[in-house]
Ligand binder design. Structure first.
Ligand code: HSE
Length: 309
């Protein structure tokens, strides 16, 4: 194989109760990448269409991730990455994770798959950390493994793929303002009060149990964030109004997607997810801010191969 074209999806991290550990993969939005072998060793960024990303291989999360893979698995050939960037950086739906995970996935295929999808997470993390300034695999894991994932440890990358309740649909509204992860992490406190921690781990445990038992009501009760949302929500215009519009239209729960500014909701069934999107949209239309709206099933497989030669 000399060339591969892939779709590398967006994702929602944190999912309210699982800051830095819980995430799920979207299906209707993502980047396209073509990765080709070259004669000269090393990694280069070829064409970039769509959103802007750096072309310097030491500043682009995709090439940095590939360089990390090549340190462990040196190759005589090089790689050129052409990117059609559909996920806006700083949107809160895993733009850097899609780039980093997509690039290492594609290179791994071209090398004859020396690594499993799970093993690729640590290389992708080298790229992701460049963008966020921290080591968290909560976007990368669902992009590479698909579905919902839980990162038991961001240090050892002990990652568990979780089941997907069949009727679950996501709604994501992206107000087109940029909020860099590195900045929305900087406003967080290093410590949390014990009573808040107790609520948070109660909710996270229950959320995971609900995924295994298809208990939509338990899922709904668990989608609370007492730790991060109070700080970050003030950076997002109309957050409170959008979230309550989602809940009153029938969403199971709603919160900040990743580090924002996107806001996500989970609903039982596509029709409710659409209705939720409509009411979230109405709130944002009151402001003079452009937005994108995505209604998506949960993508159970993650990155998809489109073609290869
Ligand atoms: N867990 C990360 C954060 C996700 O919220 O900072 C960033 O996309």
């Amino acid at each position: 194989m000399n060339q591969i074209k892939i779709f590398t999806p967006a994702s929602v991290a944190n999912v309210s109760c699982g800051f830095d550990v819980l995430g799920f993969c979207l299906d209707t939005i993502g980047d396209f990448m073509i990765v080709s072998k070259t004669d000269t060793p090393g990694v280069q960024i070829g064409s970039v269409t769509g959103e802007k990303v750096p072309k310097d291989p030491l500043k682009n999360v995709a090439s940095v991730a590939v360089l990390s893979l090549l340190e462990t698995h040196p190759s005589k050939c090089g790689f050129k990455i052409d990117i059609d960037k559909q996920i806006k950086p700083g949107s809160g739906i895993g733009s850097s994770a899609a780039s980093a995970a997509g690039a290492v996935f594609a290179v791994n295929e071209l090398l004859g798959k020396p690594f499993t999808r799970n093993e690729l997470i640590k290389f992708a993390l080298a790229g992701e950390s460049l963008a966020s300034g921290a080591y968290h695999a909560d976007n990368l894991a669902p992009v590479l493994l698909g579905g919902f994932t839980l990162v038991r440890s961001n240090k050892t990358l002990d990652i568990i793929k979780l089941p997907i309740p069949p009727e679950l649909f996501a709604t994501v509204i992206h107000p087109k303002i940029e909020l860099k992860t590195i900045h929305s992490r900087a406003i967080l406190k290093d410590t949390i009060p014990l009573n808040k921690a107790i609520e948070q781990w109660g909710n996270l445990g229950a959320f995971i149990s609900a995924l295994y038992t298809n208990d939509y009501e338990l899922l709904s009760r668990s989608m609370e964030d007492k730790v991060i949302e109070p700080y970050r929500s003030i950076l997002i215009p109309k957050f409170k109004e959008i979230k309550s519009a989602a809940l009153s239209s029938g969403a199971l729960g709603s919160g900040i997607s990743g580090s924002g500014p996107s806001i996500y909701a989970l609903s039982k069934g596509k029709e409710i997810a659409k209705k939720v999107g409509f009411s979230m949209e109405l709130e944002l239309k009151k402001l003079d801010i452009e937005f994108d709206l995505h209604i998506s099933k949960i993508n159970h497989e993650g990155i998809k191969i489109i073609s290869h030669s």
